[in-house]
Design a protein around this ligand. Structure first.
Ligand SMILES: [Fe+2]
Length: 180
């Protein structure tokens, strides 16, 4: 299903999350020319920086605009939104935990964080966004899109690594098409 233009900016972030998640799960990047570090301690810094520069504001936009719109227009999706909010909190907790202790059991903790990120983003792309596009009125999606476009200054376009080419995407079953 082609992603609705209103949701494309969030899907772009999701693509970046999946790239980071793969690096955490595998311990290396599947892309041959990636600058993702193989050192686990360096991966902690990368994911903490990614959260501070991209994911924190992404969560805030979803919580301020996306989720309330879903609950307002699709009351049957309230449980799903509750689950996604719980996952946001779980991810925040794990990032704080990484900042507090960036050295212990990294071969366990980093893949676990990666799997949580991957599961969460796939749920948003494959369940939430799909449901929204199927069941929300086009005008309501447009209105939401105009809100999602208003981000805090400096919160957008601050990726920690160079953009990943389509051919380097970690999963061919990519959740979205990048608009370029
Ligand atoms: Fe998201």
């Amino acid at each position: 299903m082609k992603r609705h233009p209103s949701l494309v900016p969030l899907s772009h972030d999701h693509h970046d999350v999946l790239v980071v998640a793969q690096g955490l799960i595998l311990g290396r990047s599947p892309a041959p020319r990636s600058d993702w570090p193989t050192d686990r301690r360096a991966q902690v810094d990368r994911v903490v920086t990614f959260f501070a520069q991209t994911l924190r504001s992404h969560f805030e936009v979803e919580e301020a605009h996306l989720f309330p719109a879903v609950v307002a227009h699709l009351p049957s999706a309230a449980n799903l939104v509750g689950q996604l909010l719980d996952e946001h909190e779980a991810i925040r907790t794990r990032i704080r935990d990484m900042e507090r202790d960036p050295t212990t059991d990294l071969d366990v903790r980093l893949p676990a964080l990666g799997r949580l990120l991957e599961t969460h983003v796939r749920r948003e792309e494959r369940v939430l966004f799909k449901t929204m596009q199927r069941e929300m009125a086009p005008a309501d999606l447009e209105t939401l899109g105009s809100r999602l476009g208003r981000r805090a200054p400096g919160s957008a376009s601050c990726r920690v690594s160079r953009p990943v080419a389509d051919s380097e995407h970690p999963n061919p079953a990519r959740p979205s098409q990048r608009a370029s």
